[in-house]
Design a protein around this ligand. Structure first.
Ligand code: CTP
Length: 405
């Protein structure tokens, strides 16, 4: 049983063990990570094996330990790219000066560095080296570069070193590393107790029982927003169009198909919401009349008569009592102008604009870039990043602007 004070870390951690004397502490780190709920897989550099045997890590992690890219049995069980994708976070402990240099240079000359390069998971470094090596301008520059790319540093500590020197370079204690990982995994509860409604995905407008008009929205951005809001404490309801995406943890989901069903669900749920994020790509037109039976092929061709759907966001914008409204604007050109126009026209509090269609196409991608424009005209650029990271930034911007109750 975990005591209530103990941190919880339900993450898949890939631990890269570098070749330094502190490798022995990495064994204790594996044990402690598992104690708080993490799943751990260990990859060692060749040098690390000189300090601690892989059997120790295998026994502690409960999984085979890998060191080489050229291990056919291990590759067959879980290929290295699969392993890179599996990780929620990569922790390098001990991160030796040499390993840090190779990571900074983007090298892929062994399994640990290859995995770091192939993975999108955030990188955490627990440096361990002689104090002169840590102080060296080359190491300072390498560390600065990795931190600028988003790596998190834990330690090093100051004190007596294995080599007899005194100074900075001692690997952070395993308990300290676990505490830092847990703190980073639990973001501040920016929306604790706030009720957030999100819609996501495309809508399908039926033409007949087998055909529909749809669009290329994947729903990924809306699902990421729902997940990010839930992670910072919001009570989230997600109205999802037809998508094949797993429901984020702790989110209540309502499935709909057409623009009409989407509108009905949102209008029913919006009065209880404090925030509505309209990430869905709602069809603007729907067939005037859907045929009850399959339309047969004919040489005369087929003309469809389409009628406009209800603009969900604009309707909410006109409600006297309305949630904080966040719209999305997917544009092929003049992104900022069209977004500002939509913000005003639909009476929104915030709009998130992105370019679609060109080489930066956001549809179905895992990455996106957003330009946020607030009601007061201020703009925030969120550069290209995974949709999960962008969603977390967007949620933080919403929280900062949301009137307190
Ligand atoms: N939206 C909506 N209901 C609709 C159409 C759009 O709520 N029937 C919302 C979308 O969820 C999005 C915002 O309005 O948050 C902007 O959608 P977009 O398709 O870019 O704008 P439109 O108003 O449809 O304008 P246009 O297609 O002419 O660019």
């Amino acid at each position: 049983m975990q005591s209530p004070a103990q941190p919880v870390l339900r993450e898949r951690i890939l631990l890269g063990v570098g070749g330094g004397i502190a490798a022995y502490k990495a064994a204790d780190l594996v044990r402690r990570l598992r104690e708080v709920g993490a799943e751990v897989r260990v990859v060692m550099t060749e040098a690390a094996r000189e300090f601690v045997g892989p059997t120790t890590f295998q026994a502690l992690s409960g999984h085979p330990v890998r060191s080489s890219l050229w291990d056919p049995a291990a590759e067959a069980a879980m290929g290295h790219i699969e392993l890179a994708r599996w990780a929620d976070r990569i922790v390098i402990a001990p991160a030796t000066a040499g390993l840090i240099a190779r990571l900074a240079a983007g090298m892929a000359d062994d399994l640990v560095t290859t995995l770091c390069l192939a993975s999108r998971a955030p990188l955490v470094l627990a440096p361990a080296m002689n104090q002169a090596m840590w102080a060296h301008p080359a190491t300072r520059a390498n560390v600065a570069m990795l931190v600028a790319r988003g790596a998190m540093l834990v330690g090093p500590g100051v004190g007596g070193q294995a080599c007899g020197d005194e100074g900075a370079g001692r690997m952070a204690e395993p308990a300290e590393i676990v505490a830092a990982l847990s703190a980073a995994a639990s973001p501040p509860p920016l929306l604790a107790g706030r009720r957030v409604l999100v819609n996501a995905g495309p809508t399908y407008e039926d033409i007949d029982p087998v055909r529909f008009l749809g669009n290329r929205s994947s729903g990924k951005m809306g699902f990421a927003v729902a997940e990010a809001a839930a992670r910072v404490g919001a009570t989230v309801t997600l109205v999802a169009g037809p998508v094949r995406l797993a429901t984020p943890a702790g989110v209540e989901r309502v499935d709909v198909r057409s623009a009409r069903e989407m509108a009905e669900a949102v209008f029913r749920l919006a009065p209880a919401a404090e925030v509505f994020v309209a990430a869905a790509a709602v069809a603007d037109f729907t067939p005037k009349l859907a045929s009850g039976s399959k339309i047969k092929k004919s040489d005369e061709g087929l003309s469809l008569s389409l009628v406009p759907t209800t603009d969900i966001l604009a309707t909410l914008g006109a409600w006297p009592e309305r949630p904080f409204l966040v719209g999305f604007a997917a544009e092929t050109e003049s992104v900022e102008d069209y977004a500002r126009d939509k913000l005003a026209r639909k009476n929104l509090d915030l709009i998130a604009a992105n370019a679609v269609g060109g080489s930066d196409d956001a549809f179905d991608a895992d990455d996106n870039a957003l330009l946020l424009i607030a009601r007061d005209g201020t703009r925030v650029d969120l550069p290209r990043a995974p949709k999960s990271a962008l969603a977390a930034r967007l949620v933080a911007e919403i929280a900062a602007r949301l009137p307190s109750r």
